[in-house]
Every structure is written in C-alpha cells, then in structure tokens.
Design a binder for this molecule. Structure first.
Ligand code: ADP
Ligand code: MG
Length: 463
C-alpha cells in the first residue's frame, strides 16, 4: 500500500507540477482505508478545505487507479494528542458522490465568472467602515484605511498599506471595508483572499491565460489581498511580487492583510517582503475591554433587530466582554450563544445563565499546555523514527536531527528546565539539551525549510 501511495503522489506531482504539488499535497498522508474509502490527512484545516474544493475529482481518480479503491476519499486534519476528527457524514457523501465535472480543477471557472462589481473573492456587506468600531488598539489602522479609501485614484502616501494582527482582531473587516468603500466611489477593485489569488493565478497559468489575468489586475485602482501569509509556491509568490510592484509603480493602491509582520512572511521572497514593508505598516493590537464591549454591543443590537424578543442587559453584556478576552470572532460566538440560550430557554438572561451559555467558549480558549511526551511523539512521527529512537543513545543523523528539534520545542513550548528536559530525553545532561537548543536556534536563522517545518510543528502542537 505504501508504494501505491507513493505512486499516487508521484502522479499528482507529475500532473500538477512541482509548484502546485508542494503547495497543497506535500504534507498529505494516507491514514487508513475504511469502508472502501481512503482516509488521508493534512496538518491544517486550510489545506483540507482547499483540497476538498479544488482537487476532489483528480485525487479521487488517482485513488481508484493507484490504490484500487472505489469509494473515494475523505480528508482529515491531523491532530496531536487526539483521535483525528472523523469527517462529517455530509462531507463523506459530498466527496464520494460524483461531483459535477465543472468543479474539476482542470476546467477552472473562467475569471469572468468571478467578476461582479469587482474582481476576486466575494465581499461581505456587513463588513463596512461604518460598522467598524474604533478603539485604542485599532485607531491607527482605521485612520489609514479610512483615508486610503477616500484617496483611491490619487497618489497615496500610504502605498502599500499593510495591516497585521492576530486572528479575529478585525483585519478582514477593515480591508473588506476599504474595498467596498472604493467600489461605492466607482473605483475598480480586486479583492482576493490568498487562496483565491493563488487559484486564480495557477488556473490562469494552466489555461494559458496568465497574461489576461495579469492584464485584468493591471487595470484596477485598488488591489486588496487578505491573509497574505498563505501565499506560497515559487511562481505564485513571484507573480504576487510582480503584480504589487507593477501596481504600486503605476500609482495604484495596494492593501495587504496578514497575521504577521512583512519580514516574517517566510514563504515570500525577500524583495517582496521589503516592498510590503516599504509603505505604511500598521498593527491592530489586542482588543481592550472597552472596545470588546462596544463590538459585542453592536453585534447584540444587530441580533435584536432580527429577533425582537432577544434582549441582553448592560451588566450581562459587560460580564461577557470582561471574560471573552480573545478576539472579535469569539465575541460573535458568544453573542450567538446568548441568542440560542435565550431563545431556547425563553428565560431572561442573567449573569449566571450567560456564564453557562459561554462557559465552553471561555474554557476552550485557555492556552493549551504542551507536554514533552506529545512533542516527542509528533516529532518522531514527522521524521519517521520511533519515540524510542529519540530517547535512545543512537547518534545517526536520522535520529539526531529530530531529537534536537524535539529538545528545542520542549524548551520553547513548555516551562520545563533544561535538566528536566534532559531527564525526559533518556536521562541526558542539561548541557546536551542546551547544545541542541542553540544548534537549532542557529540553524533557524538561515534555513528556511527548517524554519517552516518547526513553525508547522509548533502550530500542530498548540492549535
Ligand atoms: P481577522 O480577519 O483579523 O481574523 P475579522 O475581521 O474576521 O478578523 O474579525 C472577526 C469578527 O470580529 C468579525 O465579525 C468582525 O466584524 C468583528 N470585529 C473585529 N474587530 C472589529 C471592530 N473593530 N469593529 C467591529 N467588529 C469587529
Ligand atoms: Mg481574516
């Protein structure tokens, strides 16, 4: 089976090209066969949904021809420390039934199909400048966005505008608001999430219409790219670089949002990173309690407008804004819980009932404690050695590297001391651990592949 799997991978690589393959399939693994279905896994939800939306038919065909499996396949997200989530019944049926041929990746929707009043991904009308609540942590980002939206078409002092922040802090809201304001003012706008941009570009390349894709992009007044940290693949990132350079040089506005600073976009070329850093870079910081309360209240008011019997008292709202400290997405989640709770119980919400309604939301968000044992297991699995190898005295390169990475991760993700980590790695001395940590730290400064690998491991351990 494993050689058949390897053949399948090689065929995918051959058919899709190295770039596409390494972006989407390099980390796909075969988990098991179940009820005549191949269960494969990938490390992130993003990869799962990407493969499911764009490559179902192709992978399914290969699963049949190379693995001899007729029942199709399902994609799971690999998780550490937990049974991989079973695909829902819905996904299964969708995947195993015949998807319409139009969804096959070889015949991508023509770009014209995505054209409405703008080019690219859909926009959510609710995400407007007027509904964006301004507070201390996002005032600068908002001011820049507001000003840019009004200036589009004229030379802008803030080009590109680069907004970065952690998840749920309002990046998408803000950049979609700029796009919609520009559309309202009659400007030509392209708004792309990174995956849509990659898909648009890769399928244009395939259909040999890459030139048209570029020309369409050159004709716009504003290009917005959301979640730029997901742009990867050699030719895609080069094209991304060319596109933003050409637009900025032509005096067109570019707005980019990402979850990290430009310098930390590892999958982008150094020149692209510095171009992104060369305009105005603004960060949206964590939402303070006052801002959280305003965002929550706006959301509750919107819900009450649709559900007239739904009412949340100011002290309950204040309580929720006090305990949900993470981000706007969780505030949305909390508002929905309160609505569900009050609709189902019919009772007036008190602080006690509110607490019960959002309890899991609060608990879920407590930072995860990473265990050394989990680190060892995960790293061993990634590098195809056993956990026993990692703890052993063996010094072959195949074992030494994962061992050092595991020690490095133990030092950076847990609060254990060096001697304690040494003990947990088969009774080693703390100087051995220190040596490993230093070695990996040093390697991370110039080895991009390793950096990506370690980032991925960290994310898998902490998600
Ligand atoms: P990100 O793209 O940074 O992950 P989003 O823009 O998707 O975050 O925001 C998550 C949710 O929080 C959305 O519903 C958004 O409308 C809301 N939100 C975040 N910041 C604000 C804000 N300043 N004003 C109003 N809503 C906000
Ligand atoms: Mg977003």
């Amino acid at each position: 089976m494993s050689s058949a799997w390897e053949r399948l991978r090689q065929r995918l690589r051959g058919e899709l090209g190295e770039d596409v393959f390494s972006s989407w399939f390099a980390r796909m693994e075969l988990e098991r066969i179940e009820a005549d279905m191949a269960i494969v896994s990938v490390p992130t939800r993003f990869l799962k949904s990407w493969i499911e939306t764009h490559y179902v038919e192709r992978v399914k065909m290969l699963v049949t021809s190379e693995l001899g499996i007729e029942g199709g396949f399902a994609v799971e997200v690999r998780m550490v420390n937990r049974e991989p989530a079973r695909p829902s019944a819905g996904t299964r049926t969708a995947l195993s039934s015949q998807a319409p041929a139009a969804r096959a990746p070889l015949s991508p929707p023509p770009m014209a199909a995505m054209l409405s009043d703008h080019l690219g991904s859909p926009l959510d009308r609710r995400l407007a400048l007027s509904s964006f609540v301004v507070g201390r942590s996002n005032a600068l980002a908002f001011a820049a966005a507001d000003r840019i939206a009004a200036l589009i078409g004229q030379p802008s002092p803030y080009n590109p505008l680069y907004v970065h922040a952690g998840v749920g802090l309002g990046k998408t809201h803000l950049v979609q608001a700029v796009a919609q304001e520009a559309i309202r003012l009659g400007k030509k706008v392209a708004y792309f999430t990174a995956d849509k941009f990659m898909y648009g570009f890769v399928s244009a390349l395939k259909a040999q219409t890459a030139l048209t894709f570029k020309e369409q992009l050159r004709g716009i007044d504003l290009l917005v790219i959301d979640d730029a940290q997901f742009i990867q693949g050699r030719s895609v990132q080069q094209e991304f670089g060319h596109t933003i350079n050409a637009l900025i040089d032509a005096g067109k506005q570019v707005v980019v949002a990402a979850d990290r600073m430009p310098g930390e976009l590892e999958s982008l070329d150094e020149r692209v990173r510095s171009r992104l850093a060369g305009g105005l870079v603004v960060e949206i910081g964590p939402l303070d309690e006052e801002l959280r309360l305003k965002i929550l209240s706006a959301r509750l008011a919107a819900l009450s407008a649709v559900h007239p019997t739904f009412h949340v008292s100011p002290d309950v709202a204040a309580y929720v804004a006090h305990v949900i400290v993470t981000n706007g997405r969780d505030l949305d989640g909390a508002a929905n819980r309160l609505l569900a709770h009050s609709t189902l119980s019919g009772a007036i919400l008190t602080i006690e009932t509110a607490e019960a309604a959002i309890r899991d939301l609060v608990r879920l968000r407590e930072p995860r404690r990473v265990k050394i044992e989990d680190i060892q297991k995960l790293v061993a699995a990634r590098y195809n050695v056993s956990r026993a190898d990692i703890l052993s005295e063996r010094r072959t390169a195949a074992v030494v590297k994962p061992r050092q990475i595991a020690m490095y991760l133990s030092k950076s993700l847990t609060l254990r001391s060096l001697p304690e980590i040494g003990r947990r790695f088969g009774g080693r001395d703390h100087t051995t651990v220190l040596h490993a940590v230093r070695k990996i730290e040093k390697a991370l400064t110039d080895d991009r592949v390793l950096t990506e690998e370690v980032e991925l491991l960290k994310r898998m351990l902490m998600d």
